[in-house]
Design a protein around this ligand. Structure first.
Ligand SMILES: [Zn+2]
Length: 55
């Protein structure tokens, strides 16, 4: 089971999920991009890529 790097909540990823899909933590609402490495999934923070919040 994949866990949220931020809050350790379980994040369910479909077995047929595709690399590059975005999942959202049900607990803290953080968004992650799915990275597939072999048969396991990794998560990479998907923080406002391509967006500029002006800070
Ligand atoms: Zn979380």
């Amino acid at each position: 089971m994949t866990k949220c790097p931020e809050c350790d909540a379980e994040i369910k990823i479909a077995e047929d999920a595709m690399e590059g899909e975005i999942v959202t933590c049900p607990d803290c609402g953080a968004s992650y991009e799915i990275i597939k490495s072999g048969t396991v999934f990794d998560l990479r923070p998907a923080q406002s890529i391509g967006e500029d919040w002006g800070e």
